[in-house]
Design a binder for this molecule. Structure first.
Ligand code: PXL
Length: 283
């Protein structure tokens, strides 16, 4: 019988716009993992592309919620954080300490920048705070912009492999086991991601076609899919290739319908079968 897997994820719930919890929950559940989702904030919609939004900060609820579980089943095989306001990082560190067992892996998606710019509402102090969280994690999943901010490198869309390796070397100093880096453009018509093992400095790569759109939420889909697949025992290369194929199909499904409105994310619901098939093949 397959082992029951449980994952705790803490990130915002943006009602409209397919990102954060609204994609993590369905993707992780599709991969047969119980996904315990704790909203760090509730927004009417995400902040990238939309001109305004409502925002309710749930910082003061976070510890109350998780300590309510003290008398119940509260072991997690993985803890995964995504978009987090700066003022919540100290609380999240407490939650890591509370739930980290010897067999709990901590995944941090820094989730504060894209296309060389920080998201609305964040300033440079967030980067230092995020480094504190990263130092407590096992695996980080930055996109290229976040990797550049975290390593003090100058962002350029088409950095070379040598430049990327030097960024990975700097990020290794945070003491993480693996770095899952997405959004690489070694070739003009390809989108590449990699998993770097900081111990032996080995990496694996996966590429799919590049589409000239700045779709929103694909980073959250990618992180959720990779984490859910490796938690199920897939090796890094299979998890990476499957995650890339999942996003690629979601983008193609979105483009099939017509000119997309990139704010609404991608039609990932039509691509979940990629994840189901990958898990079936593994058995
Ligand atoms: O997908 C990243 C993300 C998550 N949550 C919120 C965001 C963004 C990116 O802008 O605004 C609220």
């Amino acid at each position: 019988m397959k082992k029951e897997l449980r994952l705790l994820t803490i990130q915002d719930y943006s009602c409209l716009g397919r990102c954060s919890l609204t994609v993590a929950l369905p993707v992780i559940s599709t991969c047969q993992i119980e996904c315990v989702g704790v909203p760090s904030a509730i927004l009417s919609n995400h902040t990238a592309g939309f001109s305004s939004w409502t925002y309710v900060d749930l910082k003061d609820e976070l510890l109350k919620i998780v300590t309510k579980w003290d008398d119940y089943k509260n072991h997690f095989d993985a803890i995964y954080t995504g978009y987090l306001p700066t003022n919540q990082i100290d609380v999240i560190k407490q939650i890591f300490l509370k739930f980290k067992d010897e067999d709990t892996l901590i995944y941090v998606d820094p989730c504060f920048a894209d296309y060389g710019k920080m998201y609305a509402g964040f300033d440079k102090s967030h980067i230092e705070k995020m480094k504190e969280l990263i130092r407590m994690s096992d695996v980080i999943l930055p996109n290229l912009s976040e990797a550049c901010f975290l390593s003090d490198a100058t962002y350029k869309e088409d950095l070379s492999l040598d430049e990327i390796l030097s960024i990975l070397d700097k990020l290794s100093s945070f003491g993480v086991k693996k770095i899952v880096l997405s959004g690489l453009r070694f070739q003009k018509d390809k989108l590449t991601s990699l998993v770097y093992d900081t111990k032996n400095k080995h990496y694996v790569l996966a590429s799919t076609p590049f589409y000239p759109y700045r779709f929103h939420g694909t980073g959250d889909l990618f992180a959720s899919s990779y984490i859910a697949l490796v938690s199920n025992g897939l090796d890094d290369l299979s998890a990476l290739e499957t995650s890339q194929r999942f996003i690629d199909l979601a983008i193609r499904k979105t483009l099939e319908v017509g000119e997309p409105n990139i704010c609404y994310g991608v039609n990932f619901e039509m691509a979940l079968n990629v994840l189901i098939d990958a898990l079936k093949e593994r058995k």
